[in-house]
Each structure stands twice: as structure tokens, then as C-alpha cells.
Design a protein. Structure first.
Length: 571
């Protein structure tokens, strides 16, 4: 694909000299291309329903479809399968396009809607009726369900199954004219009510739905089902490979039957295992339940697995692309650890995020022998992984804030931070030693530390070579700015939640006491940072204001998945 589709990822691979991933889908597509099937063309599509926001599972599918098209010099279409106006909104259409562009995907001029084909789909339905392969059924939805049977009981023919062709055409046209009530009739395919595949037991192709459509208004009182519109839309657009997740495998015989009966160009449907992640749900229906119940603040709540939520939390598109490449494409379903996704995010941010110092739970420190009124500028490295990011100046003064957990009055063994009489290194600054502790007389809580510094230890090096084991971060009290930090944990405590009832009560902890170095006063929304020794944070794009930043913790510094992976014995 020239200038479209997946150029960002292709460039990354070329730069790193990594070969393109090989999987069973790419092998099938390559075989079709080499055999001359479809005239050697490859055209794919990503067909979201605009009834919710995209999540990480959709990202995997979109990246796969766009990358396969790009690797074979063909287009990837973005098509909204908008066949159910009761659940679809323009908000979702805009959000889906925004999320895909954020991932770096470009569909160029290939933006389509199933509603573009409503006239053609209606004509296809009449063609099936004329062939005696579809009929108008008067069973209610509940009656049709009973007639359908189940996996242990064969279905029974509808009493309307043998209507004459002309009667079916007349009734279907009257359905189109809006003469009947919602649910009173449907158009069904005439296939096989005894089939072991329930999808072939005379599935519904059209239903009466007197609901305005976001794009076609009140023009249509009937709408095609997803199963009817999907394959025919692929054929109309000249799609060669319809790549979808495994839940559509049982629908493939219907997909093939409809296209064969209509005698239209036949794309090849290929299924792969959908992505499942621990500690979350990946169903749009369940995600909508979370939104509507108020368990989260919206589709972009940073605890959600949606792309808009991940963007707001600080996940990067580069990390998501690497994650999807690493988990690969398989036929068998499995569940991937959320820690693996966080590992990929952490890897990317380690290279790209600027380091800063911030204190979440501040404890005041007074350096008794530091000159009153003196302010020094300490040089701090912005990112040791990338020297081109340079350094910055951080103010240092007589009064500081350190993290409260970096002090213990009675330290346990192997505690190398600050304690009475103990010396530590202040990052980029001096060595200090605690010489006194101030406490609240009523509660006994430590309120401040009295310390002394070694004036000869600027930069953190002892002039006499004495060993100092602990290094802690800090901010200058009079120069620091206040901020809110939001600390996120798994949305669900259960590794594989069955429903939306078990939301983790500690999935969000809001910290309002933060003190940050002054360089963050004008931090731009969406900008990632590493708070040294704490974690990676992103400026919240929704709730931050000039001078009042809100920081979402993207991931912690601790990488349990990466550590376990490195400990796996080789061979």
C-alpha cells in the first residue's frame, strides 16, 4: 500500500531490521496471492459496529487487517456495519475513527457504511425470494426461537415457510412500505431447519424496525441483519479476505450460502482467536453495563480496556502495536496477562518518557545547616536512555519534601533509606543525615525531619569516598507545585471475571497531596512522564487545567511479567 494503511509499523520494522511476522492467516493470504486467486489482489476490511467504543481486542483485529493489506500492496477498508439503529450513535462513529488514527492507521478514501448498500441489499433479498430461497415469516421472535430448536433438538419448519413466491414478494414490499408493526414479520432464508448449525436454521435476513437511522433517517422501516449485510457488503466492496474472530466461524456456512445463492463475488472468510485479557471484560455489552451503572466514569475511564481509555491513561500506540505483534495470531483462544500489556507500555515509555521528580505523600525536611534564602539549580537528566533529551534545572532549597515512606523511625533490616542518624543521597543533589524528628504531640505522627547536609557532596558523591547506600527523590518545598494523582489498579479483582459485578474497589485511588517539581506546572495534556522511583504518569487530557494538572498513573515501575519472563530457564 502506497502512503496508506500501516506505514508507521512498516517503517519501524525496517528501522529495526525485524522480519514481518508470519502466521497462518498470512500464509493463507500469500498462497491465494501466489495462485492468482482474486486476480492476485489482496483487499481486507475492518468492519466495526458503531454501538460502542473500540477496545484492545478491536485494535488487534484492526492492526492485523491493515498490516496484511499493506504487506500485499492492497487497501484496507474501514466499514461501519450500521444495521441496528437502536444501538448505534454518531458519537461512536467519530470515536472509532479517532482511535484508529491514533493507532496510526489510514484508510484513505476507503471509508464505507453498510447503510450505503441498503438499496442493493434490499434487491438481493428480493432475488432470494424469487429463487424460492427466502420467505416472509409471521412468527413472533419468541415463537421463532421455539421453532428453531437447539443443539439437541432439530428445528421445526415455520407454518409460513411454504408461502408462494408472489405472496412473499408482496408481503416483503409491504414491509418495506411500513405497513406492519415492529416484530410482526421477518424475512428468513430458507435453508435447513434440521441442520446441526443453528445459524442455518432459516436465519432472519430482515426485521421490521420503525426506528430512524443515523444516516438514512426515516427512509427504511426494515433493516438487514448483521449476518445478511456483512458478507454482501464484503462482496460489493471487492474484499478478498474477510478476516474475523472465531465467534464467526459457525456463521461462515451462512456467509458462504448467501453469497453463492446470490451468485456474487465470493470473499474468503478466515477466523482467528479473539484477544482476552486478565482482570477485565472484553464485551461491548458488558463495557456498556459498566458505563451505564456508573461503575466507571465513561468509555474513556482509564480503568477500561477501550482505546480511548488507554490513550487517556498514557498507553502509547507503539506499545499496543508491539503487544499485538508479540501475542501473535492463533486459532485457539487464550487469555493474555494484563501484565504483559503493561510490560510493553513500560518498555516504550522507558525509552520515550522524560524523568521528573514528584512526591505523592510528602514529608517535610528542613536542612538546618543549609544557608537561609539560598536556592541552587541542580542539573537533572531527562532520560538516561536517550541522551538527546538533554537535562533540566531543578531548584534546591533549605526546605524539601520527600516521600513519607522513605523515612522510618525504627527501620527494619535492609531498609536503606532515611532514619534517625542515617545518611542518604538526594538524587542529583547532596548527602543528608537525619538529626531530629518532629511529631504531632497528640497523634505522635512524624510531621517533619531535621537534617544536615554535606556541602562538599554536591552531585551526591561523598568527598571522602564513604559509602552511602540509599538514594531518594525530593522536591523543593517553596518551589513545588500541587497536583492530583490518580493511581489505577486492575478493574476487576478476579483474573477472569464472569460478569461486571466484581469491580475492584481499589481500582482507583486519588491522591491530592502531591508535590511536584516546578517544570510540570505547564505540562501539556497527554504528555508522558516517569516520576522517578514511583511510576509512569500521563497528564490527564480531560480534567487538567493550566496550573492545575491531574496525572494518571499509566503503569508502575515494577515489572512482574518482565521479571518472570527473564527468569524462565533456557533450553
Amino acid at each position: 500500500m502506497t502512503g496508506k494503511g500501516f506505514d508507521t509499523v512498516t517503517t519501524q520494522r525496517e528501522a529495526s531490521r525485524e522480519p514481518a511476522a508470519t502466521d497462518f492467516i498470512r500464509s493463507l493470504v500469500q498462497a491465494d496471492s501466489e495462485s492468482g486467486k482474486f486476480g492476485g489482489r489482496v483487499a481486507t476490511r475492518f468492519p466495526p459496529e458503531p454501538n460502542g467504543y473500540l477496545h484492545i481486542g478491536h485494535a488487534k483485529s484492526a492492526l492485523l487487517n491493515f498490516s496484511i493489506a499493506a504487506e500485499n500492496g492492497g487497501p484496507c477498508h474501514l466499514r461501519f456495519d450500521d444495521t441496528n439503529p437502536t444501538r448505534e450513535e454518531e458519537e461512536y462513529v467519530r470515536a472509532i475513527q479517532e482511535d484508529l488514527r491514533w493507532l496510526g492507521l489510514d484508510w484513505g478514501d476507503h471509508l464505507y457504511y453498510a447503510s450505503d448498500y441498503f438499496d442493493q441489499l434490499y434487491d438481493y433479498a428480493e432475488r432470494l425470494i424469487r429463487k424460492g430461497r427466502a420467505y416472509v415469516c409471521g412468527l413472533s421472535q419468541e415463537e421463532a426461537r421455539r421453532y428453531r430448536g437447539d443443539y439437541t433438538e432439530p428445528g421445526r419448519p415455520s407454518p409460513f415457510r411454504d408461502r408462494p413466491v408472489e405472496e412473499n414478494l408482496d408481503l416483503f414490499r409491504r414491509m418495506r412500505a411500513g405497513e406492519f408493526e415492529n416484530g410482526s414479520m421477518s424475512l428468513r432464508a430458507k435453508i435447513d431447519m434440521t441442520s446441526g448449525n443453528l445459524n442455518l436454521r432459516d436465519p432472519v435476513l430482515y426485521r421490521i424496525l420503525n426506528v430512524p437511522h443515523q444516516r438514512t433517517g426515516d427512509r427504511w422501516p426494515i433493516y438487514p441483519t448483521y449476518d445478511f449485510a456483512h458478507g454482501q457488503s464484503d462482496s460489493i466492496e471487492g474484499i478478498t479476505h474477510s478476516i474475523c474472530t472465531l465467534e464467526f466461524e459457525d456463521h461462515r456456512p451462512l456467509y458462504d450460502w448467501l453469497i453463492d445463492e446470490l451468485e456474487i463475488p465470493h470473499p474468503q472468510q478466515i477466523e482467528f482467536a479473539r484477544l482476552n485479557l486478565t482482570h477485565t471484560v472484553m464485551s461491548k455489552r458488558k463495557l456498556l453495563e459498566l458505563v451505564e451503572s456508573g461503575a466507571v466514569t465513561g468509555w474513556d475511564d482509564p480503568r477500561m480496556p477501550t482505546l480511548s481509555a488507554m490513550r487517556r491513561r498514557g498507553f502509547t500506540p507503539a506499545a499496543l502495536r508491539v503487544f499485538c505483534e508479540r501475542i501473535g495470531v492463533a486459532r485457539r483462544g487464550n487469555t493474555v496477562e494484563m501484565a504483559m500489556l503493561e510490560h510493553c507500555v513500560r518498555e516504550d515509555l522507558n525509552r520515550t518518557a522524560r524523568r521528573v521528580m514528584g512526591v505523592l505523600n510528602p514529608l517535610r525536611v528542613v536542612i538546618e545547616n543549609y544557608p537561609e534564602g539560598l536556592v541552587e539549580e541542580m542539573e537533572a537528566i531527562n532520560n538516561p536512555e536517550d541522551p538527546s533529551m538533554g537535562s533540566r534545572k531543578v531548584p534546591f532549597s533549605k526546605e524539601l519534601y520527600i516521600e513519607r515512606e522513605d523515612f522510618q523511625e525504627e527501620p527494619p533490616p535492609k531498609f536503606y533509606r532515611l532514619a534517625p542518624g542515617r545518611e542518604v543521597r538526594l538524587r542529583y543533589a547532596y548527602l543528608i543525615r537525619c538529626v531530629g524528628v518532629e511529631k504531632d504531640p497528640e497523634t505522635g505522627e512524624v510531621t517533619a525531619l531535621r537534617c544536615v547536609y554535606d556541602p562538599e557532596s554536591r552531585g551526591g558523591q561523598a568527598p571522602d569516598g564513604r559509602r552511602v547506600r540509599g538514594t531518594i527523590h525530593w522536591v523543593s518545598a517553596p518551589h513545588s507545585i500541587g497536583a492530583e494523582a490518580r493511581l489505577y489498579d486492575h478493574l476487576f479483582t478476579a483474573e477472569k471475571p464472569e460478569d461486571t459485578a466484581g469491580v475492584n474497589p481499589n481500582s482507583l485511588v486519588v491522591v491530592t497531596s502531591c508535590r511536584l517539581e516546578p517544570s510540570l506546572a505547564d505540562a501539556e495534556p497527554g504528555t508522558p512522564y516517569q516520576f522517578e522511583r514511583i511510576g509512569y504518569f500521563c497528564v490527564d487530557a480531560a480534567d487538567s487545567f493550566p496550573g492545575a494538572p491531574v496525572f494518571n498513573r499509566t503503569v508502575a515501575l515494577r515489572d512482574s511479567w518482565g521479571r518472570r519472563r527473564r527468569q524462565v530457564p533456557k533450553g
